[in-house]
Design a protein around this ligand. Structure first.
Ligand code: TXA
Ligand code: MG
Length: 338
């Protein structure tokens, strides 16, 4: 079921944007301490943060995003020690955390007995998603707020994720208390999400760390969430990251009146075309993906043709996002979004 957009409560200021300097971070921490919600930069995408220990703050995040309440949020903490206060890490998960944190990896584990993260942030589940970001503003904000921060991507549910403060303002203006502007996100794709629950570890969402890099340190393959139910992966089904324009994937040429999202220059130098990476670099393509989707969508053309993109490395996550962006909209399953 999709919830209607809800205006912010009267208790807090209407949304403003501040530079992510010391004054901005202090103000953001104050707003979060007062139960408010703040968009902030991470290395992956902008997040929408609130006090993860407060049901009321978390409810405001869900309302601002019009996010279905059954889709749990990632809790952001500043260190592995802080993560272990909230979650129980099996040995292998601990190994990954030590190698990849801080960074674009989220681990889903059972909650620790003394966990303070509220049930609403976990969508009532007996699991918790934890991440230590590497962006200095994100780390400074978590420390200044002095509590774990629940933070989904700072977009309305189902929209393209934001990688600049301007993207956040376009999508959530008036619904949140503050935007911290820390420039463009460097990775450009959300974190890789891996679940350590019963059974083998499950890749719930390909993301900013390539599957192969994780499998190389584990010495075994990650199981796929494809075929598992929403029980495991509530945010990962169907239409998502949807621009207004339709997407036509694996296009080898542009049709009349289409915008183009190119890779490796196959469309040639044409009007209304942006090349994710002329030199076919997947990290560069990932960093440009959401930003270029925002820009091409703003042209107002009915269709964006997308050049084929290899599926190895970060190409898995790029193709995952593009496939979701291209999926049919407004189906009965419109709730499965983050
Ligand atoms: O890079 C990121 O991960 C960004 C930045 C802001 O940290 N955050 C982000 O959050 O992408 P969101 O809410 O847009 O996506 C979180 C994903 C969703 O697919 C959600 O279903 C899944 O993580 N998730 C969260 N908690 C979970 C849990 N307990 N079990 C299974 N999946 C969970
Ligand atoms: Mg999201």
């Amino acid at each position: 079921m999709k919830r209607e957009f809800v205006a912010p409560g009267p208790a807090l200021a209407t949304q403003k944007t501040m530079d992510a300097d010391a004054a901005g971070i202090a103000e953001a921490a104050r707003v979060i301490g007062a139960g408010g919600i703040v968009a902030f930069p991470t290395e992956t995408v902008y997040g929408l943060a609130g006090d993860a220990t407060s049901d009321a703050a978390v409810a405001r995040i869900y309302a601002a995003k019009a996010r279905p309440e059954f889709n749990p949020l990632i809790t952001h903490v500043a260190s592995l020690d802080a993560a272990r206060e909230q979650g129980v890490f099996p040995a292998e998960a601990l190994h990954l955390a030590k190698l990849f944190w801080p960074g674009p990896l989220t681990l889903v584990v059972p909650p620790a007995p003394g966990a303070t993260v509220c049930a609403a942030a976990r969508a009532g589940r007996q699991t918790i998603a934890l991440r230590v970001p590497i962006h200095p503003v994100a780390l400074a904000l978590i420390s200044a707020a002095g509590r774990p921060l629940a933070a989904p991507s700072a977009n309305r549910s189902g929209q393209v994720s934001p990688v600049t403060a301007a993207h956040v303002a376009q999508d959530l203006s008036g619904a949140i208390d503050l935007i911290l502007d820390g420039g463009r996100c460097s990775v450009g794709l959300e974190s890789t999400v891996i679940a350590y629950l019963e059974g083998p570890p499950l890749l719930l969402r390909p993301g900013g760390i390539a599957r192969a890099d994780i499998e190389a340190v584990l010495g075994h393959a990650l199981a796929d969430s494809a075929g598992t139910t929403t029980l495991h992966s509530p945010g990962m089904l169907h239409s998502h990251y949807a621009p207004r324009a339709k997407l036509r994937l694996d296009a080898t040429e542009l049709a009349e009146g289409e915008a183009g999202l190119d890779f490796g220059g196959i469309f040639g130098a044409r009007k209304n075309v942006l090349d994710l990476s002329a030199r076919r670099d997947l990290a560069e393509a990932a960093a440009n993906l959401f930003s270029f989707l925002h820009d091409l969508d703003a042209l107002g053309l009915p269709c964006i043709a997308v050049a084929p993109i290899p599926r190895d490395g970060l190409g898995e996550a790029i193709n995952d996002r593009l496939t979701r962006a291209a999926a049919p909209r407004e189906r009965g399953d419109a709730g499965f979004k983050s």
